[in-house]
Every structure is written in structure tokens, then in C-alpha cells.
Write a protein of this length. Structure first.
Length: 93
């Protein structure tokens, strides 16, 4: 990890068994991302962090979609989008 400010590097949690792999949180990611690294390094960081967030939030997203579907069905709609569309049209009248 060349050219990463020592103040940031010291805050990373080293991953066991990997000499050059560190765990970072969102705040550390933002600091590192905006610390003037080369475009290629920023692109790699962004892609890795984005993948992590997608994996972490997929279960939450699936529960949200299921809850919306159940709400729409309880209210007598075929889908959540049908429910939202009718609500939007009702407010425009």
C-alpha cells in the first residue's frame, strides 16, 4: 500500500494471513478515496467497497420487496407499483 497517508494506514485493521490486505470502514474508505490516490487505485477501491455493500444489503432489500408485496396484497392490489400509482393519481386529483 504505497502512497497511502500513514495517518490513514495506522487506522486500518490488518487481515490475518494477508500481508497487504486491510479491513476498512466507510469513514476510512472516504478518507482514502479522497486522499489523492491514482485513478486506478480509486476505481479498484470503489469496486471492492461497492461489492461489499451489495452483499451486505441484499437480504435487507429482499425483505423490503417482500414487505411491499405483502402490503399491496393486503390492500387489494396486484403489486406495490399498482398501489403507488393509484396513490399518486389520487393525490393529483
Amino acid at each position: 500500500m504505497r502512497k497511502i497517508p500513514k495517518s490513514l494506514k495506522s487506522r486500518f485493521e490488518k487481515v490475518k494471513g494477508h500481508s497487504r490486505t486491510f479491513k476498512i470502514g466507510a469513514d476510512q474508505f472516504k478518507r482514502l478515496f479522497h486522499s489523492g490516490q491514482k485513478a486506478n487505485m480509486r476505481r479498484r477501491l470503489y469496486k471492492k467497497f461497492h461489492k461489499l455493500l451489495v452483499k451486505k444489503n441484499m437480504g435487507i432489500l429482499q425483505k423490503l420487496i417482500q414487505s411491499r408485496r405483502e402490503l399491496a396484497n393486503l390492500l387489494g392490489y396486484n403489486s406495490y407499483s399498482d398501489y403507488i400509482l393509484e396513490e399518486a393519481i389520487a393525490h393529483d386529483v
